[in-house]
Design a binder for this molecule. Structure first.
Ligand SMILES: *[C@@H]1O[C@H](CO)[C@@H](O)[C@H](O)[C@H]1NC(C)=O
Ligand SMILES: *[C@@H]1O[C@H](CO)[C@@H](O)[C@H](O)[C@H]1NC(C)=O
Length: 264
């Protein structure tokens, strides 16, 4: 779902060979490399490899979606020119006639990147190729769990949520009870992704499994191969339950890191 990899190479002038017009050869884009998946803040090098077949280079232009952001024209001094686009910062020193280097990627850098190579007059033949770059942001923070501030009776449905930290795209969330992935759909409430600042998203997944003794809950947030998780334990204090609340069980949840030693 995450990696939308699109590569297309369009050859526009080969019919000329078939037409057997003397002196005209086919300008070809041999390949384009656009990294399919990058993290926010990283740099990306995009390359466009072409064969002029004896013709002379007029220009190489790079576009994101429909907007041009870089051109290389050997007849100009300097030959390079970059247009600033939102999310597209060209590093001219690392860019050339066959490469464009982008710094400080943001979520707005994602899009379809296309290089278009043109030959000198009189032909002005051109060829192009394109590839999609997805930019994601996966935070360091673990997901967080809410809903443990109130007591539960034994077997009472939990009312807990797991929410991812702000990320892009929306992380997938999973609940585990005592190490077992929860697959019982009636226990899960998918609240979907809510927008957060800077184009980020927060996913929330509710859990309504029945409360039981010493219940270990773990929530895992996943984007691609990245995962962050948080574990908590619901401890039932049976003394409190019996002495003060009849059959009401107080469950306490504690972040696994700070759990006091278990009472045997
Ligand atoms: C869980 O999230 C939903 C949707 O954001 C919210 O309506 C509900 O109050 C939350 N419940 C808890 C226990 O945090
Ligand atoms: C359970 O509750 C009793 C009575 O309030 C208390 O003395 C005991 O320390 C509690 N045990 C735990 C594990 O919290």
């Amino acid at each position: 779902m995450l990696i939308k990899k699109m590569k297309k190479i369009i050859i526009v002038c080969c019919y000329l060979l078939l037409a057997n017009i003397k002196g005209l050869l086919c300008l070809r884009v041999l390949g384009i490399t656009v990294p399919p998946l990058k993290q926010r803040g990283e740099s990306a090098s995009l390359t466009c490899d072409y064969d002029l077949e004896g013709g002379r280079l007029y220009s190489v232009k790079w576009y994101r979606d429909t907007e041009e952001f870089y051109r290389y024209m050997p007849r100009l001094r300097p030959p390079q020119h970059a247009h600033r686009l939102d999310g597209v910062k060209v590093d001219l020193e690392k860019s050339s006639a066959r490469r464009v280097h982008l710094r400080d990627l943001t979520l707005r850098s994602r899009g379809l990147y296309r290089c278009e190579v043109s030959e000198e007059a009189p032909s002005f033949y051109s060829a192009q190729a394109e590839g999609y770059m997805e930019v994601y942001y996966f935070p360091r923070e673990s997901p967080y769990i809410t809903g443990h501030e109130r007591p539960y009776r034994l077997n009472e449905p939990l009312d807990v949520n797991c929410s991812s930290a702000k990320a892009f795209p929306a992380p997938d969330l999973q609940w585990l009870i005592d190490g077992q992935k929860v697959t019982e759909r009636s226990w899960l409430i998918a609240y979907g992704a809510k927008p957060a600042p800077q184009g980020l998203l927060v996913s929330t997944l509710g859990l309504t499994a029945p409360a039981k003794l010493n219940m270990k809950l773990r929530c895992i947030a996943v984007i691609g191969t990245h995962r962050r998780e948080r574990s908590i334990i619901i401890e039932t204090n049976s003394s409190i339950r019996l002495q003060h609340y009849g059959f009401v069980a107080i469950t306490t949840l504690a972040v696994l890191n700070i759990i006091s030693p278990k009472v045997s």
